[in-house]
Design a protein around this ligand. Structure first.
Ligand code: SF4
Length: 62
């Protein structure tokens, strides 16, 4: 699965970057998917980060 962050929805809690730091970064007050990690949506830590994101800004797609 693919993973992305909906910047319009993200409110910058940085939790994703703490939960799965190899996939998510935090820059300018927003979470982001690190370059080259866009296909990491099947990683259990990424799925958990998506579930726990307080603004549901982490998008998993096929
Ligand atoms: S956990 Fe969600 S709200 Fe927090 S920085 Fe990541 S994407 Fe944004």
């Amino acid at each position: 699965m693919k993973v992305s962050v909906d910047r319009a929805a993200c409110y910058g809690s940085a939790e994703c970057a703490h939960r799965a730091p190899s996939v998510f970064g935090f820059e300018d007050g927003y979470g982001l998917v690190r370059s080259g990690q866009e296909g990491a949506g099947d990683d259990p830590q990424v799925r958990e980060a998506a579930e726990k994101c307080p603004s549901q800004a982490i998008v998993l797609t096929r």
